[in-house]
Each structure stands twice: as structure tokens, then as C-alpha cells.
Design a protein around this ligand. Sequence first.
Ligand SMILES: NC(=O)c1ccc[n+]([C@@H]2O[C@H](COP(=O)([O-])OP(=O)(O)OC[C@H]3O[C@@H](n4cnc5c(N)ncnc54)[C@H](O)[C@@H]3O)[C@@H](O)[C@H]2O)c1
Length: 281
Amino acid sequence: MELEGRTAVITGGASGIGLATARRLAASGMSLVLGDVEAPALESAVAQLRAEGAAVVGRVCDVRHEDDVVALREAALAEFGGAHLVFNNAGVGGGPTVGSPTGVWDWVIDVNLRGVVHGVNAFVPHFVAQGEGHVVSTASAAGLGGVPGMGAYCATKFAVVGLSESLFHELALRAPGVHVSVLCPGFVRTRIAESARNMPAELRVPTEDAFAAGAERVAHEAVASGIDPGEVADAVARAVAEERFWVLTHERLALRTTESRLAWMRGGPPPGFDLLAAARP
Ligand SMILES: NC(=O)c1ccc[n+]([C@@H]2O[C@H](COP(=O)([O-])OP(=O)(O)OC[C@H]3O[C@@H](n4cnc5c(N)ncnc54)[C@H](O)[C@@H]3O)[C@@H](O)[C@H]2O)c1
């Protein structure tokens, strides 16, 4: 898709991968609507991007609520006269498979999975009607293989991969001008390990589980040694321009994860784990 003169809507646009992608797409001539649940961070992101010359508006949006995501589409149409790309990117980290309270599971599922569902429902009918558009959804390398200590997160990211593959096939049959990509990065230097800042207050209870606390510590270190979000933004922009489904910023990791699952399915040994290796491209 030609980016120049088109409009992109980005959820989780106030930080990390969303903000870096906003900057990258603005440099390619796209107008932007940024949605984020964190009002002060959103305000400052919009101010920074405007100072750099971007045509951008921000809307406070909680992707757990469908109406908030629909409002992003309406803002794109009202402010810029169109919507051509939706980047369903807002996401939060979650806890281990055993021991995460139901409220934490609900929060992670509502943001990471329902948020993407809302983006698809709000934008795809519009793209189909106009005969063009591109949906990019952020999954993770943790959506390609299970990771210890990250069961809730992995469950939602596998779901985003499955949803995106299904959407790809549906649109190929029904609306060939509308494209789909799924972003599956390894670790990226962002604020994802501080996701609890956006957690409902009643769920913010420090864990007493030593395994969960250890997994959290390793995740912090791995994120801190991850790649720059600008690299992810470049990969997203290339995938949209080239209409590529898989966006694998850590290609060796993604392929190794998938190949070792395949070997495991064929009767080989289960994959071993070195979380810090996931920070390397
Ligand atoms: N950083 C990594 O290592 C990594 C790796 C793989 C995938 N991801 C995924 O990348 C995406 C972006 O995360 P990031 O790494 O840039 O982290 P980040 O915390 O820097 O940015 C996430 C943004 O999402 C926003 N957000 C959180 N809950 C929201 C909600 N309910 N509604 C709207 N906005 C909300 C946050 O306020 C924040 O601005 C997430 O989906 C994450 O799961 C990150």
C-alpha cells in the first residue's frame, strides 16, 4: 500500500512500539490517530510528533471497550477524511499459567485479545467497503511457542496469531484489496515490563510466588536488552508497503521456535529455554 497521504490508527500509540511506528509512518507521509489508555503519555507523544511535523491527533482509548476503538475510526474519518491502516498494538504483560488470579487473566485477555477483536470489528468492514486497507496486529514471539512464567500472555498472543491467520484467509477470499499482517517480535526495549502501571488498581498486588517473581525479573532484564523499537517500526512499515503477513523482527528466534515445536510434534524433545536469547535478533 502507498503510505503517503493515507491515515493510520495506532492503539498503544503513546509508548514503545506504537510510538516508534507512529514516528516511522508519519515520516512516510501518513496522518495519524493515536489511541492510548494513558492520557499524559498520549498528550506528550502527540506533542512530540507534532513538533516533528506529523499530522496527528490523540484520543484516550481503552481497547477493552469496543466503543473507544470505534471512536478512533470516527476520529480518523472526521480529522483526516479516511482510515487505511489499523495497528492493533496496545498490549500488556501477564502472569504465569498457574497462580495468576482470574482478574489478571481477564485483564490480559481483554486488552491483548479483545482489544484486537475490537480493532478488527471497527475497521475491517470499512476497509472492505472502500476496497482497500491493512490490519496489523501485534502478537509476539510468545505467540509462536509457549514460554514459562508467561502463560496468560502467551495464550493471548497465540490467539492473535490464530485470529490474524483466519482473517488473512477470509479476506483473501472476500476482499483481496484488504491485507493483514501479524507482528511477532522477541524482546524490544519498551515499557512492557511495567505494564502493571495500567492494571486495574485492585489487581496490583505484589506476587508472593517465587517462580512468578523470578520470571518477572528475567522478563525485565530481557526487555532491557531487547532491540530498539525503531527497528520494529521499520519492519512494520516495510510489511505494509510489501503486503507481507509475517513481521518477524527476530527472524532466527521465530523460525527456531517454530521448527523446534514441529520437531517436538514429530516425537522429538521439548524445546529448552533461554529467555535472554530471545532478546537477540
Ligand atoms: N517489548 C517487547 O519485548 C514486546 C515483545 C513482543 C510483543 N510486544 C507487544 O508489543 C505491543 C506494544 O507494547 P510495547 O512493548 O511497546 O510496551 P509499552 O508498554 O511501551 O507500550 C504499550 C502501550 O499500550 C498502552 N495500553 C496498555 N493498556 C491499554 C489499553 N487497555 N488500551 C489502550 N492502550 C493501552 C500503554 O499505555 C502503552 O502506551 C504489546 O502488544 C506487546 O505485547 C512487546
